[in-house]
Design a protein around this ligand. Structure first.
Ligand code: RNT
Ligand code: ZN
Length: 413
């Protein structure tokens, strides 16, 4: 009997069909963020860099993608060892500008045509993020600025990104998600905390007033950032309220909360009061450090919650981390494979059995069974899933990606 056949039998005793779990996992699409490949620099200038926005990339491991061709090559390499069919999430400054400077309030769908073609050839899909950081007009405040000129500039930016998003959504025959995150805030508590929020609300009202056919709009909250430790305009309460009131999606970044808070606890209320959820799966270490996602308890709990609430059709999963200290392609693969593994664990949970215990008030059995399932042979099921998707099941991919990392490090200097 193969390892898989053996695992299948063991799971069956808990009422879990492993073939079914694999089928569900094959149907999952995770949106992989492109910005791990170039340290969140973008392609606006010859040598763009991440500046401001309260976020930071640490590390200068050689081999960063410096242009669209290099980024594509790196994405291809990463996807070659990531099982399944996925999406790519872009920031607005990753357009193909043909060597010309195109400002954020000037971008058009044509600047993303080569991305559309590139993804179409590979069966991938695209998602978008408006980009408010790394720009001379993004100081402490953007959409919530007291300066109307600044506000209008960024409103125009977001409107354009939404049009691009919907255009791409139609072109790829799958609605594209548009996520809006701004870094607006301050180091110290301002006397007027309401004013910026009123202005942000007005800016959003204008941005979302345009109805578009193929877009899923989400907004991303944050607790604090570098230089915005005391006050963030776009807080969780702000966007939860806005999304609930306007029937939009709310984006939860797993790095944007107090360390003891868990995003898995926020899914069910969001399902009741908002259009749906976009997840930025990251890994905070003591703060919003954007470490590479691994299969830790937070991620496992989160994926289980999505399966238990049967909400995968209303939740989009995206990665969001930036580590410049290691092989960047490898970082993508680690993050994506760990999310997929956590999803598999969630699909393999004996939910029916646990629900039955719960309904009967048998809380001891419910607890004990959850502990027992932790040592079931899920790895054998993961291996089968990888085989079906023609990617290495075990650690064989590590040497291959390490060699690729060394190669681009040498070539790119
Ligand atoms: C920042 C947010 C945001 C960014 C990207 C680059 O804290 O998480 O999603 O990571 O827009
Ligand atoms: Zn994020």
């Amino acid at each position: 009997m193969s390892r898989y056949e053996n695992a299948k039998e063991i799971y069956a005793a808990y009422g879990v069909d492993t073939d079914e779990a694999i089928k569900k996992l094959c149907a999952m699409s995770v949106s992989m963020h492109c910005w791990q490949g170039d340290d969140v620099a973008g392609f606006e200038h010859e040598d763009s860099k991440l500046t401001g926005g309260g976020i930071m990339v640490t590390g200068n491991h050689p081999g960063r993608a410096r242009n669209i061709k290099e980024l594509w090559a790196d994405l291809d390499k990463a996807f070659s060892v990531i099982p399944g069919n996925h999406r790519v999430a872009l920031q607005a400054f990753y357009g193909d500008y043909g060597g010309k400077f195109v400002d954020r309030n000037e971008i058009e769908p044509c600047h993303f045509q080569s991305w559309i073609d590139w993804t179409a050839e590979r069966g991938l899909k695209l998602d978008f993020n408006s980009t408010f950081f790394s720009h001379p007009k993004s100081g402490n405040y953007t959409l919530s600025s007291a300066d109307k000129g600044i506000r209008d500039f960024w409103i125009e930016h977001a409107k354009r990104v939404r049009r691009i998003t919907s255009y791409v959504g139609e072109a790829q025959g799958s609605p594209s998600s548009h996520n809006l995150w701004i870094h607006d805030g301050e180091k110290e508590v301002p006397i007027d905390r309401l004013g910026p929020r009123m202005r942000l609300k007005e800016s959003l009202d204008e941005i979302f007033s345009e109805k578009l056919p193929s877009i899923k709009d989400a907004m991303e909250q944050k607790l604090f950032g570098i230089g915005s430790e005391a006050y963030v305009v776009g807080s969780n309460e702000f966007y939860f309220g806005y999304a609930a009131h306007n029937n939009l999606m709310v984006c939860f970044d797993t790095g944007h909360f107090h360390p003891t808070e868990s995003v898995s606890d926020k899914i069910s209320p969001a399902l009741l009061f908002t259009k749906g959820v976009l997840l930025h799966v990251s890994r905070p270490i003591r703060w919003d450090s954007d470490h590479v996602t691994v299969m830790d308890d937070h991620v496992k709990r989160l994926m289980k919650e999505l399966v238990r609430t049967n909400s995968l059709d209303r939740v989009d999963i995206c990665t969001d981390f930036f580590d410049g200290t290691i092989n960047r392609v490898g970082a993508w693969v680690v993050g994506m494979r760990s999310i997929l593994k956590a999803l598999l664990l969630a699909f393999l949970e004996p939910v029916e059995l646990l629900r039955k215990y719960e309904n009967e008030g048998r809380n001891f059995e419910r607890l004990a069974m959850q502990e027992e399932t932790k040592s079931l042979p899920y790895a054998a099921v993961w291996e089968r899933f990888c085989e079906i998707n023609n990617v290495p099941a075990g650690s064989q991919w590590v040497d291959e990606i390490a060699a690729y990392g060394d190669k681009i490090a040498a070539e790119r200097g």
